[in-house]
Design a protein around this ligand. Structure first.
Ligand code: C5P
Length: 294
């Protein structure tokens, strides 16, 4: 057996997120365009007795419900294997930031343990397990650029044409996804289908990133701003700073798409000078993948 496997698991930003009325199971039908970013958590797994998880880079408390541990147990249940492992996650993706950090860790753990334990599960097998773990976990496996429907777990790849340079404005005060969806329901109590994102998908087929200006949209922005009025003020201040500004997922991270690498570097520096917490990242990036094994 291998002695360790290292995986990079990317963050995502929703370039468009359209939401429908809640289904009987409580989930909301979505049409969304996911973009994986080169901002990634690093996951290292090694053989051990039993399962354990250590998180570095963030003082996030670890409990048994952690998605990475649930991913490991899902693999054990699926294969009937009871191998153990230590799982160490170096967090780079903001926690509760609307960037799919927990989902990335679950996807990365599936990939890492499939390799370490030599389970030989196919991509389709992993996708099935991923969908059972959370709506965004399948995209964490696939990465790139994709149209997501249903809960977000049905994915159709979009061929990336233009390189994307992003500045992320992060906020250490995270938002709860179920809470933001609950506020969405209060604002939109009538049954409805999510709007389509066809214009954005078409624009992404062009070679110029500027084509997507004006097409980034997030139906969860209004409910997130209802919970956090200060976030609305910040968002309005940042509009116009790049090509387009969008709240990612259920927030509070705000993504600013820029026309070039250099424009993004300059903007990130300027916003940092103003005292904002920023990250520079590019997309689209690969889904969870092995970077080292020994
Ligand atoms: O699927 P996941 O466990 O990541 O979803 C977390 C929560 O987000 C769900 O419990 C639900 O409240 C909300 N959600 C939703 N509709 C979706 C995805 C998530 O209502 N399509």
């Amino acid at each position: 057996m291998l002695s360790s496997v290292t995986v990079h698991a990317p963050a995502k930003i929703n370039m468009a997120l359209r939401v429908g009325g809640a289904r009987p199971d409580g989930y909301h039908p979505l049409t969304t365009v996911f973009c994986a970013l080169d901002l990634a958590d690093e996951i290292v797994v090694a053989p051990a007795e039993g399962l354990s998880l250590t998180i570095t880079g963030n003082d996030l408390a670890v409990d048994d419900n952690n998605l990475a541990l649930r991913a490991a147990r899902a693999l054990q249940d699926r294969t009937g294997m009871d191998y153990g492992a230590t799982i160490t996650i170096d967090k780079k993706i903001p926690v509760a930031g609307g960037m799919g950090g927990g989902s990335a860790d679950a996807a990365g753990t599936l990939v890492a343990l499939n390799e370490l334990w030599e389970l030989g599960l196919s991509h389709a097998d992993l996708h099935g397990l991923a969908a059972g773990l959370g709506s965004d976990v399948p995209f964490g496996l696939v990465g790139g650029l994709a149209l997501g429907t249903s809960r977000g777990e049905n994915l159709l790849p979009i061929s990336p044409r233009a390189f994307q340079s992003w500045v992320l404005v992060t906020d250490s005060d995270g938002l709860s996804t179920p809470d933001v969806f609950r506020h969405y329901d209060l604002l939109h109590p009538e049954p409805h289908e999510p709007a389509d994102v066809d214009d954005l998908v078409e624009a992404l087929g062009s070679d110029s990133v500027a084509e997507v200006a004006g097409l980034l949209v997030n139906d969860l922005a209004e409910p997130a701003f209802t919970i956090r009025p200060d976030l609305r003020e910040l968002f309005e201040r940042l509009e116009g700073a790049g090509i387009a500004t969008v709240l990612s997922g259920s927030g509070p991270t705000i993504g600013i798409l820029c026309e070039s690498d250099t424009a993004a570097d300059a903007l990130a520096g300027a916003l940092r000078q103003e005292g904002l917490s920023t990250l520079r990242t590019d997309g689209p990036a690969a889904g969870a993948h092995v970077v080292r094994s020994s």
